[in-house]
Design a protein around this ligand. Structure first.
Ligand code: PEP
Ligand code: MN
Length: 345
């Protein structure tokens, strides 16, 4: 932190500020100019509380935080990429991982058919919501545990890992019994009790960016999970809410390289929720590969027009296979660029 005193602050005011800073457990380096005193504050402590207190202390003009408020998820804490193994797939490393499946698990037939098809097309993880966050309480809310059981059955049949959403702290234990990756939906990105519980769930977590959340807030939410004991976190850009109405959300594609600069955590792009339109998904998926995401999460349904949720943005089984085929050359280039990355020490 840097504390800038008002011009001509009195000696008593300066001494009092220094005393407050020491009360918080920090060390002090002062720079005394002709007109004003600037105080450098170093050490470890509750930065927010200290800043708030100093801003209210007489003689202080401005109190500014210098270091990032997140620690474990930052590149400064760890330079090399965080990798995690999920059902034999290395995510965050040299493999571009595609997760695919329906928005909601609807029936045994629907999930089995989708799982077989996406596995044959090259997906490594099966997605499917068993607990659905719906805007309307009258819409389909998900098959809950029955849906989780169907996902486990699909895993047994295909070898695909499973990603599924957990909406509430009370369901963490149950969902963790079935899921290989615990998905936190956009609407729950700042559900801090849920994030804390996921710190203890023993499974990788995929945190989707809230629709009105900044990148910094996304990283702070990831920090919650890591600070509570779980370093296996991946982040997902799924579009944010803007004034634009041509797409369901506005894909902040630059969030991918921004996150790659700021954090060692893997970054996944969701071209389905980012656009809301099937026709736009392949183009955005290509962009995700080209811009350096670690993987994609894509909605796929055997019959999108009959989907209980998100049919308009779901690819057909055939459409998904075509997209995967068309992505191949881009994924090859992606792999070359990963291999060429300098080894960080
Ligand atoms: C989903 O993945 O189906 C979903 C509900 O996504 P989001 O939380 O990004 O809206
Ligand atoms: Mn969906």
């Amino acid at each position: 932190m840097i504390i800038s005193m008002r011009p001509h602050a009195t000696r008593d005011e300066i001494d009092h500020v220094c005393e407050r800073i020491r009360d918080f457990g920090y060390r002090i380096h002062t720079i005394e100019g002709d007109e004003r005193v600037v105080i450098g504050v170093v050490g470890v402590g509750d930065v927010t509380a200290c800043l708030e207190s100093l801003e209210a202390t007489p003689g202080v003009e401005r109190a500014v935080r210098i270091s990032a408020p997140y620690k474990f998820v930052s590149k400064e804490f760890k330079k090399e990429r965080t990798q995690m193994e999920i059902q034999g797939v290395e995510l965050g490393g040299g493999e571009f991982v595609v997760m695919a499946g329906p928005c909601s698990v609807e029936s045994e037939r629907q999930i089995m058919e989708t799982a077989e098809a996406v596995a044959a097309a090259g997906a490594k993880i099966l997605r499917g919501g068993a607990y659905k966050p719906r805007t309307s309480p009258y819409d389909f809310q998900g098959m809950e545990e029955e849906g989780l059981k169907l996902l486990a059955k699909a895993r047994a049949a295909t070898g695909l890992g499973i990603i599924t959403e957990v909406m509430s702290e009370k369901d963490v234990e149950l969902v963790a019994e079935y899921a290989d990756i615990m998905q936190v939906g956009a609407r729950n990105m700042q559900n801090f009790s849920l994030l804390k519980a996921l710190g203890k769930c023993g499974r990788p977590v995929m945190l989707k960016r809230g629709m009105s959340s900044t990148i910094k807030e996304l990283l702070m939410s990831a920090e919650y999970v890591t600070a509570h004991g779980n370093p296996q976190v991946m982040l997902c850009e799924r579009g944010i809410r803007t004034f634009e109405t041509a797409t369901r959300n506005t894909c902040d594609i630059a969030a991918v390289p921004v996150l790659n600069e700021m954090t060692h955590l893997p970054v996944i792009l969701d071209p389905s929720h980012a656009t809301g339109k099937r026709s736009l998904v392949p183009a955005l998926a290509r962009a995700g590969v080209a811009i350096g995401a670690d993987g994609l999460i894509v909605e796929v349904h055997p019959c999108p027009e009959k989907a209980v949720s998100d049919g308009a943005q779901s690819l057909t089984l055939k459409g998904f296979a075509e997209m995967m085929r068309d992505l191949q050359p881009y994924i090859e280039l992606w792999k070359e660029s990963r291999v060429a990355e300098p080894v960080l020490v």
